[in-house]
Design a binder for this molecule. Structure first.
Ligand SMILES: Cc1cc2nc3c(=O)[nH]c(=O)nc-3n(C[C@H](O)[C@H](O)[C@H](O)COP(=O)(O)OP(=O)(O)OC[C@H]3O[C@@H](n4cnc5c(N)ncnc54)[C@H](O)[C@@H]3O)c2cc1C
Length: 814
């Protein structure tokens, strides 16, 4: 039986590439007392059978940075540890075989440039020069990432393990973890057949077993196993050893050179899930039976691309299971359910590429208590209630696997596991032409089809089919009134005699105002980064109602609950399901509301930033006077059972004022014109309210302590290194989507964090941070000429000092 210590500071479960990388980084951060327990042998899970391609570009800057960190590490690891890694920086080639795909690739190149990654566009002949064996007759263009590469997955894992040991970590094989000890809600140890180990942090890097290991602690890790296959050929004559990796997304396949032959695999549209009833005992260094029938469609595509395969013998067919997640991103971070329990799993067949950076990020998260950069796309707190159902997770995951190489359309929605979570208005809105999108399981109206129009998105990189319909909704809100179903908003109650004190500490704005007040606020971390962006209504002396975005339910709940100062009497409760939210917005909203309620809704009787309990028909509800669209309006938080009745009364009363249904795509256009920030895009933990232009919402001028205050005060004393600003491009043929590179006087200074079309101001709007190491003052900001790189073309744009729209004062093309 394995000999194990009785105590560790950090205890890592799983000796695949991710566990070993986490051990390596934690040990190098000075956490000498790190123990890694592996059930069988190192690499015996998914790692040993990976193909070993290492690509870097993702659609988020920090996740791309994380993958760049992998490459930087793999580049030096062999020299550092003395263990071979098989790492070669042979570059990565990506083909485009249709005009739409070529647009996608050109947009990806701009994204790469935004994030500081080299990516060159090539013509078919140049691509063929790099990859002479391919038939390039259907290739429209290609992109080449010179710093991508490939590695030997087992060797690189063993090098990480060696590096971890060299820095003081202990690695124990043949020692399965059988239980996780949780005391007073916190993870504090693990059980094994060889005894227990007490620890400060338990880190679940158990690959496709991570869901099972999570359950030991009461933590949900939403991933499932899916079969993934590739072939390895005998050596092929004329195949260069330094051949770049090749991705051919239109044919759903990838290639890599291996010992003079080729590795070829791909992503079928009808993937096969595995181990639905649990992973069999003793599954280590194990593979599944090859499924040639299933592989045939990929093989046919591969033969067309590389005719030489016809003559090459197939040496091996690998069918290995791997863990995949419902959104194609991996899972990182401290579990919201159990402090002290961390997860690094669900790597969606790019765990070799990600492990170097992911292990580092996870180690920094464990050591620092927070991630060192905004990792929202992979953060475990992005999941919510639907992800507790394995059936929901499996069905969405299989859809995403099948879309791995399909076009990643702007505004794309997914079809599986729907509808699942619906508002009381769902059937009514559907009957009125709503085209729904999905977020955290909720069905939300994105837009409303007009008579004779199908309520269905038709995707394209040009203006999509809903463009005109959304324009009508937008204009209804600006000129008359629109009604939005925002029932999916996450809603919490904070109650207790110390609720005000607790929230006062957590909120950057002053929420300790009279009963009836409503406050827009950020919640910052100790670095001043924006963790949450939400509204707080004071219901009573010791009761607050908190409303935040649909997708942030788990994250924001966890952030608030964990930051209630110790010893205070304040409890947070999720009341999302109790209330539907109807947002009545537009210049005629007061007239409409006045028709359906006896309450005083006049300017003085119901001022901005207050809330009142009012009745509409037989329904008592909370009316919050607030707006995210830049118009007079109310969010009506209605007990769910009354929602339909209130909706019908509003629509009936609104008819004479020209009320219209409106959806989330109209909200996006309206809020961009008004310059309201979106968390997860324009603002997040890497941005402070000062950088984001939200200083007005921070109580720095009051002598009230709050989380992040010291950091913001320090930042206020020095020039800001970046500032969020508004850009416009008037040409309606240009489509801004976000991530376009921003150049100032020809020098790259940032990228667009969000963008879209503003129907009132009739221009493309983009928001983005302008960065400068020496500070971004007004002179720097407004003293330069700006361009945007859109789909690899430079386009002149204008920078603006203020938001483009104010009610009553429309500034068109300022
Ligand atoms: C066919 C195939 C091809 C692939 N190709 C590529 C590629 O080209 N590029 C790329 O980047 N990625 C690729 N991948 C993905 C890559 O292999 C994985 O993402 C990566 O190996 C995941 O590493 P891991 O450490 O998370 O999981 P694993 O390697 O599975 O490690 C988890 C470890 O946890 C251990 N464990 C489980 N339960 C316990 C317990 N209770 N106690 C102790 N230990 C436990 C297991 O034994 C296992 O060793 C491919 C995957 C497959 C299947």
């Amino acid at each position: 039986m394995a000999r194990i210590p009785s105590h560790a500071r950090a205890l890592i479960i799983g000796g695949g590439i991710v566990g070993c990388s986490t051990a390596y980084h934690l040990a190098r951060l000075g956490w000498g007392d790190v123990v890694l327990l592996e059930r069988a042998k190192l690499t015996s899970g998914s790692t040993f059978h990976a193909a070993g391609l290492v690509g870097q570009l993702r659609s988020n800057a920090n996740i791309t940075q994380l993958l760049k960190n992998s490459v930087e590490l793999y580049d030096r690891l062999e020299e550092e540890t003395g263990q071979a890694t098989g790492w070669t920086m042979n570059g990565g080639l990506r083909l485009a075989c249709s005009q739409e795909r070529w647009t996608e690739v050109k947009r990806q190149a701009s994204t790469a440039h935004s994030f500081g990654l080299e990516m060159e566009l090539l013509g078919p002949a140049e691509a063929r020069e790099l990859w002479p064996l391919m038939d390039a007759s259907d290739v429209v263009g290609a992109a080449f990432l010179p710093t991508d590469g490939q590695a030997n997955p087992s060797d690189i894992t063993l090098a990480l393990a060696r590096g971890a040991r060299q820095a003081g970590a202990t690695i124990v094989e043949d020692c399965p973890v059988t239980g996780v000890r949780v005391e007073r809600g916190r993870a504090c140890g693990v059980a094994t057949a060889a005894g227990e180990i007490a620890c400060e942090a338990v880190i679940n890097c158990a690959g496709q077993w991570a869901r099972e290991v999570g359950r030991m602690a009461g933590v949900n890790v939403p991933l499932v196993s899916v079969q993934h296959q590739y072939i390895v050929t005998e050596p092929i004559e004329g195949l260069a050893r330094d051949l770049p990796t090749l991705r051919d997304p239109d044919r759903l396949i990838y290639f890599k050179e291996e010992v003079g032959g080729l590795v070829m695999g791909g992503y079928e549209s009808d993937p096969i899930s595995w181990a639905e009833n649990g992973i069999p005992e003793g599954f280590s260094f194990s593979l599944l039976d090859p499924d040639w029938d299933h592989f045939e469609t990929l093989m046919e595509q591969a033969l067309l691309r590389v005719p030489a395969l016809e003559r090459a013998g197939v040496k091996d067919m690998i069918n290995g299971p791997e863990s995949f997640t419902p959104d194609g991103n991996f899972i990182l971070g401290e579990a919201p359910e159990v402090p002290g329990f961390y997860v690094g799993a669900g790597f969606n067949a790019y765990g070799i590429a990600a492990a170097g950076g992911a292990g580092r990020a996870l180690a920094e998260w464990v050591a620092g208590g927070e991630p060192s950069m905004d990792l929202w796309p992979v953060d475990i707190r992005r999941f919510g209630r639907p992800h507790r159902s394995i059936d929901w997770v499996r069905s969405r995951t299989l859809e995403l696997y099948g879309k791995h190489y399909t076009m990643a359309w702007p505004h794309e929605e997914h079809d599986s596991a729907r509808p699942e979570r619906v508002s009381p208005l769902y059937a009514e809105l559907r009957a009125q032409g709503a085209c729904f999108g999905e977020k955290l399981g909720w069905e939300r109206p994105n837009w409303f089809a007009r008579r004779g129009e199908a309520a269905r998105d038709i995707y394209s990189y040009a203006r999509q089919n809903w463009f005109e319909a959304v324009g009508e909704e937008h204009r209804a809100v600006r000129e008359r009134a629109g009604l939005f179903d925002q029932s999916s908003f996450a809603k919490f109650l904070m109650v207790g005699s110390d609720a005000a004190a607790a929230l006062s500490w957590i909120c950057a704005n002053d929420i300790d105002r009279p009963v009836g007040s409503l406050t827009y606020t950020q919640m910052c971390d100790a670095r001043g980064g924006i963790q949450c962006d939400l509204t707080v209504a004071r219901l009573a002396e010791s009761e607050f109602y908190i409303v935040t975005g649909t997708g942030f339910a788990t994250h924001d709940f966890s952030w608030i609950a964990r930051n209630i100062p110790h010893g205070l009497n304040a409890t947070l409760v999720d009341v999302t399901s109790g209330y539907a939210t109807l947002s009545l917005m537009g210049p005629r909203s007061r007239d409409i509301l006045a028709r359906v309620t006896r309450a005083d809704v006049s300017k003085d009787g119901f001022p901005f930033a207050t809330w009142r309990e009012i009745t509409i028909g037989g329904a008592p509800l909370r009316a919050l006077r607030i707006t995210y669209v830049g118009e007079l309006g109310w969010e009506l938080h209605v007990p769910s059972e009354h929602a339909l009745g209130v909706y019908r009364r509003l629509m009936q009363a609104g008819r004479e004022f020209g009320i219209a249904n409106a959806g989330y795509r109209a909200i996006e256009s309206l809020r961009l014109e008004k310059g309201y920030r979106a968390w997860g895009a324009d603002i997040g933990p890497d941005d402070t309210p000062l950088e984001a232009g939200l200083r007005w919402a921070v109580k720095l001028h009051k002598n009230i302590p709050f989380l992040g205050r010291e950091a913001l005060l320090a930042q206020q004393a020095a020039p800001l290194g970046k500032r969020l600003v508004c850009f416009t491009v008037d040409d309606p043929e240009v489509v801004l989507l976000g991530r376009e590179t921003v150049y100032r006087d020809g020098v790259r200074v940032g990228w667009l964090t969000s963008a879209g079309w503003g129907y009132t101001v009739a221009t493309n709007i983009g928001y983005g941070y302008v960065r400068n190491e020496d500070g971004v003052d007004d002179e720097f900001l407004f003293g330069g000429d700006y361009e945007l790189e859109v789909a690899s073309a430079r386009i002149a744009c204008r920078i603006h000092r203020r938001a483009l729209y104010d009610p009553g004062m429309v500034r068109v093309k300022a």
